[in-house]
Design a protein around this ligand. Structure first.
Ligand code: DGT
Ligand code: CA
Ligand code: CA
Ligand code: ZN
Length: 572
């Protein structure tokens, strides 16, 4: 995704946040929020667009287009800068708490003079918020949970933010004449859901110019440590990147070492010691002679250790070494294995791209089948009606005629209500090719009620896939409480798939639950839940999560040929 789009979108979103602190017009604030999403999701780089070009982006009118032009000309938006100076930094710090809205942040600042997250936590524990209008026990509990969530996310970033930076660095450095190989390693290569810092590795005999090119990259805000073996920088967004340059004959060993995890490395090092070898960040050595054993690839390293190559997504010391020793590693599912996508939205509901554009993007991905699953009516703000849904179905049928190689499925994303019921009656539901059903409300039900709710949804013959099953939002909303083993047993029994939603802040089901569900016989659907053209690229993160859950192509229903998928969808 173009960086300019993300930055402009972030500024417009900040404008909406700042305006809501100052009590701005609610209609305007929502318009800004919508436009921010549309700009982030726009397929073209907005820095090349003029006023008329910007106005072709859905939901972007004249006023917002002018603000974006302000950004492309100056790198910022004047109104945002002005508002920043009007609102105390303390209040802005408080709005970072995911469960504290801008209005409440302003209230605690004005009533109690609280201007930091620590102060607020202490004030709640001391009971000082009691009596402030709008702050009951439930609100206090929510705020404390929000502070907790924020702390546990720490300084880590979502995987897409790290991947964007890593891709750009690897692409630039790979173009240098001194660089023989270049790749990212660390938790990003293992596809962890959040990333502490980005690790990049290059193979070369001439590190100096590589380090110079690295520190000269446009987004470098600070050089933390510089040297010819290792240089660390911080980006303008605060993310640390470590670059190591190693000689080409050590590439395999170095890549293995810096991919980690540390727990996996401890196991491989033990195996090396038993084989009379020494494995370190400097390479693979003969323990007696200290002679470097050339290991230009990771495969060679694992082979010397008597192991098959282990996929990075498995390297957490959670059984992969034992499986490798028995040559029983799973053949993990890949992006290329996917034949379809069963969850996506258009601008009929909260997507920002048209049906035609979404279908064209699915075609460009090389998919064989593709489901449009706009929101169902019980999510009232989406204003879905039977008529709109049927009109879309007709549109899909029409579009099918010009897309012979891509089977279009007409579906919907249903809402699982607190009792486990979904939108529409059986008659209307049977008109869909595929139904995803998700929890979009009442997230705080207790474990027993939530378990019943999800089990009932699985038992519904019209529900094929449970969408983003834990409903978590990484760093913002905790997963719902449920007896997952019971939910998974119901899914396996009824032939209902669990989704792996590829959104970087969802990655839902999370990998550890994926693995548990697989053991209980559950099948999965790895979907984008795309709301824009750019979101289709998120599929790599969903597949990464599936890989961390040890899934093979057979576990994933949207790798199956259409005939087999249709049998599964019949739920008989
Ligand atoms: P992160 O950055 O917190 O998301 O996680 P990683 O896994 O990328 O950790 P990082 O950046 O500290 O180190 C990258 C890899 O280097 C790590 O996965 C394994 C290896 N490594 C770093 N320090 C050690 C160590 O003290 N012992 C061993 N065995 N390996 C280490
Ligand atoms: Ca790292
Ligand atoms: Ca690191
Ligand atoms: Zn949803």
């Amino acid at each position: 995704m173009a960086r300019a789009n993300d930055e402009a979108a972030a500024l417009i979103q900040e404008l909406a946040d700042l305006l809501s602190i100052t009590g701005g017009d609610g209609f305007k604030i929502r318009a800004y929020e919508k436009a921010a999403r549309a700009i982030a999701g726009h397929p073209d780089d907005i820095s090349g667009l003029d006023l008329a070009g910007l106005r072709t982006i859905p939901t972007v009118g004249e006023a917002i287009a002018k603000k974006v032009l302000d950004y492309t000309a100056t790198g910022t938006i004047r109104q945002v800068e002005e508002l920043r100076t009007q609102i105390p930094a303390g209040v802005r710090a408080l709005t970072a708490i995911p469960t504290l809205g801008p209005k409440k942040a302003l209230a605690v600042y004005e009533e109690l003079g609280i201007s930091s997250v620590d102060d607020l936590g202490a004030a709640i524990k001391e009971g000082r918020l009691r009596g402030v209008k709008g702050f009951g026990a439930k609100t206090e509990e929510n705020i404390l949970r929000g502070i907790e969530l924020m702390r546990s996310a720490g300084e880590r970033v979502l995987v897409d933010a790290a991947a964007g930076v890593a891709d750009e660095i690897v692409a630039t450095l790979s173009g240098l004449p001194q660089v023989e190989r270049c790749a990212h390693a660390g938790s990003l290569r293992r596809m962890r859901e959040t990333i502490g810092d980005v690790d990049v590795l290059a193979a070369s005999r001439d590190p100096h110019p590589i380090m110079e090119a690295f520190t000269a990259l446009p987004f470098v805000a600070e050089v933390i440590a510089g040297g010819d073996k290792k240089t660390s920088i911080r980006t303008t967004k605060g993310l640390q990147v470590d670059l190591r340059v190693v000689p080409p004959e050590s590439w395999g060993a170095a890549l293995q070492y810096f991919t980690g995890s540390q727990a996996h490395n401890i196991r491989t090092r033990e195996i090396a010691v038993k084989a009379g070898l020494k494995l370190s960040e400097y390479g693979l050595f003969d323990a007696e002679t200290d002679e470097l054993i050339v290991s230009e690839t990771e495969e060679e390293v694992y082979e010397r250790l008597g192991l098959p190559w282990v996929h990075p997504a498995l390297r957490e010391d959670t059984g992969e070494i034992e499986a490798a020793l028995k040559d029983a590693l799973p053949r993990l599912v890949t992006v290329e294995d996917l034949r379809g996508d069963l969850h996506s939205h258009t601008d009929l509901t909260d997507g920002v791209a048209s049906l035609e554009d979404m279908v064209a993007t699915a075609q460009a991905r090389g998919l064989e089948y593709y489901a449009i699953t706009d929101h169902a009516p019980n999510l009232v703000m989406q204003r879905m009606t039977d008529e709109k849904m049927l009109a879309q179905r007709a549109q899909v049928a029409e579009l099918q005629k010009s897309h012979p190689g891509l089977t279009l499925l007409h579906g919907t994303e249903l809402n699982i209500d607190p009792d486990g019921n979904v939108d529409w009656d059986a008659g209307f539901l049977s008109g869909f090719d595929v139904c995803v059903a998700s929890v979009h409300s009442h997230f705080t039900q207790d474990e027993a009620a939530m378990t019943r709710r999800l089990v009932r949804a699985c038992e519904n013959p019209h529900v094929h896939v449970i969408g983003h099953p834990t409903a978590r939002s990484i760093g913002r909303r905790p997963p719902v409480d449920a007896d997952w083993d019971e939910v998974f047993r119901a899914a396996a029994r009824t032939g209902t798939a669990m989704e792996i939603d590829s959104f970087p802040d969802r990655l839902d089901l999370p990998a550890d639950l994926v693995r548990r569900a697989k053991r209980l016989g559950v099948k999965f659907s790895v979907d984008t839940d795309a709301h824009s053209i750019g979101h289709h690229r998120n599929i790599r993160y969903g597949v990464g999560t599936a890989q961390r859950g040890w899934l093979t192509p057979d576990d994933v229903i949207n790798t199956w040929p259409l005939d087999r998928l249709r049998e599964f969808l019949a739920k008989s």
